[in-house]
Write a protein that binds this ligand. Structure first.
Ligand SMILES: [Zn+2]
Length: 213
């Protein structure tokens, strides 16, 4: 059989699959039926050299291999953070597993690079509901009040850092000439020292400033 011989050369490096089929909730039954019975084909499934194929697509067991494929195609080497449809098509071309579409959607949604790109495109802060904080100093907001009378130490602005959980606030005097890096340092010296690193920061400054953090 020409087709299967070609497929077998493609699956070199996937030796581990052969052992994983019997532990895999998705393929266990079909695999053992094919491995122990007389039939070489059951429905769309076929066993070849210890590998399970469905409609000539290699079946991938419920292991990290699935995530690996999705990430490779979405964010790996030459991949360009394509959307779900493209990745699903690329995987379906050669491989099969039942939850493929759901897995791709879940993983792509988690991609940090895509999220940042989206944020840049639209001012997402306005439309996305913020996570509900359940611990103090995990989610903070920062507000910048500029143009106040100068203090003795030449500070003319205040950065108000509020813990969204306890509503506790810190007021950090600074000068409006401070750039993002100096404000970040101020934040670390005053807030992180006391409360640790937050999970999210919402600020009325632009996205560039927030992502600098
Ligand atoms: Zn991405």
């Amino acid at each position: 059989m020409m087709v299967t011989r070609e497929m077998n050369t493609e699956v070199i490096g996937f030796e581990r699959l052969k052992e994983d089929y019997l532990d895999c909730p998705d393929f266990r039954e079909t695999y053992s039926a094919l491995a122990t019975g007389d039939e070489r084909i059951i429905g769309d499934f076929m066993l070849e050299d210890g590998y399970l194929f469905r409609s000539q697509k290699l079946c991938i067991t419920k292991t990290s291999l699935r995530e690996f494929f999705v990430w490779e195609l979405h964010a790996g080497g030459l991949a360009g953070h394509f959307g779900q449809a493209k990745i699903i098509a690329a995987i379906e071309n050669r491989f099969f597993w039942p939850s493929l579409k759901r897995d791709v959607s879940r993983l792509v949604k988690r991609c940090h690079t895509c999220q940042l790109a989206k944020q840049r495109k639209q001012n997402i802060d306005l439309y996305t509901p913020l996570p509900v904080p359940n611990q103090p100093w995990q989610n903070v907001s920062m507000e910048f009040v500029l143009g106040l009378p100068k203090t003795i130490r030449k500070h003319d602005s205040v950065c108000v850092v509020v813990d969204r959980f306890s509503k506790m606030a810190h007021f950090l005097p600074y000068s409006k000439t401070f750039d993002a890096s100096r404000i970040a340092k101020l934040y670390f010296d005053e807030i992180v020292r006391l409360h640790g690193l937050p999970k999210t920061i919402v600020s009325d400054r632009d996205v560039k400033f927030t992502s600098y953090f």
